[in-house]
Structures are given as C-alpha cells and as structure tokens.
Design a protein around this ligand. Structure first.
Ligand SMILES: Nc1ncnc2c1ncn2[C@@H]1O[C@H](COP(=O)(O)OP(=O)(O)OP(=O)(O)O)[C@@H](O)[C@H]1O
Length: 255
C-alpha cells in the first residue's frame, strides 16, 4: 500500500488555480524530491497532501486512509517551510522536541522521551542548546528544533519543506545522515528542495512542478553546475515566471 496516494488534486485560491490535476504516489521507503521554481506550487502540494490546506478537488490517502481522523497522524512528521509560531513560545528546545512525542490521547511524554529528544537534537547539532529558550534562538536554529521535533517520533512519513535553507553546511550533512538512517529503516520522505545539493544520494525520484502542474515525474534531474556546489547559497532569486515562449525555465535540468 502506498504511503501517499494523491489523485487528480487541484487547489484553487481566490479563483486562481494554484495546483492543477496533480497525481503523486509515494511508496513505502521512497525518498521523493519536489522541485520547481518559486511559486510553482510545491508548498501548496505538500499542504494539500497533509490536509493542512483542503484540496478543491481530487483525493488523497495517507497509509491507505482518506485524509481525516482515521489517518495515523502519529506516523507523520512535518516540517513546514517557515513556522513563526516557534518564536514567542516560552519553551526550551528540549520541551519543543519532546512535544513531538505527544499526540491526540497521549498528553504525557512516553518513557525514554528525554533521551529520544536529546538524540533528535543531536541529529541537528543542537544537543548543547537543549535548555535554551526557542524564542531566543536564531531562525536557522529554530528551524533545526522543528526538524528535531519531526524526527523524534521516528515517523514512517517525513515531509520536509526546504529543510536545509538557512542551515550551515556541516549541520546539513548531519541532518542528511539522519534522514538517510530513517530511509534505511523504511521511512518514506517527501522533501521540497531548491537544489538537490546534499540530499542527492538519497533521492529515489523527483517530481518537478511548474505553474501548479507536474512537468516531470521520474529520476532526479541533474543539478546544474552553478547550483550543485555545497557552498552555493540560493537566495530564491527565481520566481516562477509567466511561461516563456520557448519552454520551461527551471533551476534544474530534467533528463
Ligand atoms: N493562501 C494563499 N493565498 C493566496 N495565494 C497563495 C496562497 N498559498 C499559495 N499561494 C500562491 O500559490 C502559488 C504557489 O505557492 P507555493 O508556496 O505553493 O509555491 P512554492 O513552489 O512552494 O514556492 P516557494 O519555493 O517560494 O516556497 C504562489 O503564487 C503563491 O503566491
């Protein structure tokens, strides 16, 4: 049974089509990269897959269950692109990460929660900051805390929206190692990336979106040389343009 089965999903906001007839299947243990220019609909697709944003039409099943209360949400870890909620929360990194072990009817951390939370913080190189307040941390550190919060429950589906943006290269490598371990253990991963970068060895398949439509679903495209370097800083300088007369403009090359 696929981990994610989305069929013919469309999202219309304010009369504007944001996603059009997108079908995506993710198999157990598969690592799927979602690629495309800024504004092509990647975040909207992920949000529709998780029910954060309702699809206007189409169906989504997670672990065989239609979106809703029968989905085993405790098996899903999600790191949104930006989460301003992290600032202003007077909680320590350890507390925020431990809260990733609570869900629905389980409002007390399970046995061993502290050790698991510390290990998750270690995997994003923040073990030394376990007792710092999240609101006092930098944006990049807050993002890492949220990644650790998604990792702590050993999810069977991990969804990451541009997880490495704003994170330094050594920490990216540690994080990618952690995702590789989860992958080896059979976790499905959907990751939105601006460049394949450090994730390249892990990616089984790539879906490229353009103007809310799937324009490629298959082997990961080769990163263009100027975007492939580990030290390349991508500043989101590529808004999804109106379709040019001569074909697609992507910052990846589709084989
Ligand atoms: N809630 C919303 N209301 C209005 N427009 C929206 C909303 N959410 C997304 N959009 C629009 O939908 C389009 C796709 O946005 P989305 O964030 O999904 O793209 P993306 O590919 O994830 O881009 P980025 O790489 O910048 O994150 C954009 O034009 C965006 O402005």
């Amino acid at each position: 049974m696929p981990t994610i089965a989305a069929e013919d999903v469309s999202v219309v906001i304010g009369g504007q089509p944001i996603l059009s007839h997108v079908s995506v299947t993710v198999a157990p243990g598969e690592v799927l990269a979602l690629l495309g220019a800024n504004g092509s609909g990647k975040s909207t697709l992920v949000r529709a897959l998780l029910g954060v944003m309702p699809a206007t039409s189409g169906t989504v099943r997670l672990f065989g269950a239609p979106l809703g209360p029968t989905v085993p949400w405790d098996r899903v870890g999600y790191v949104p692109q930006r989460l301003p909620a992290a600032s202003g929360v007077p909680a320590t990194a350890l507390e925020v990460v431990t809260s990733g072990l609570l869900h629905g009817r389980r409002l007390r951390p399970p046995r061993g929660a502290r050790a698991r939370a510390l290990a998750a913080l270690e995997s994003v190189s923040l073990a030394d900051h376990a007792h710092r307040r999240v609101q006092e941390m930098s944006g990049g550190q807050q993002q890492r805390v949220l990644i650790a919060r998604a990792l702590v429950s050993d999810p069977d589906l991990l969804v990451l929206d541009e997880p490495t943006t704003g994170i330094d290269v050594p920490t990216q490598a540690t994080f990618v190692d952690t995702v590789a371990r989860l992958h080896d253990a059979g976790t499905s991963v959907v990751v939105i990336l601006h460049e394949i970068g450090a994730f390249a060895p892990l990616i089984d398949r790539a879906v490229v979106l353009r103007h809310g439509r799937v324009v490629h679903d298959g082997p990961p495209p080769a990163a263009r040389a100027d975007h492939a370097g580990a030290h390349h800083v991508h500043e989101h300088a590529h808004p999804d343009p109106e379709p040019p007369p001569t074909g697609p403009t992507l910052n990846v090359e589709v084989p």
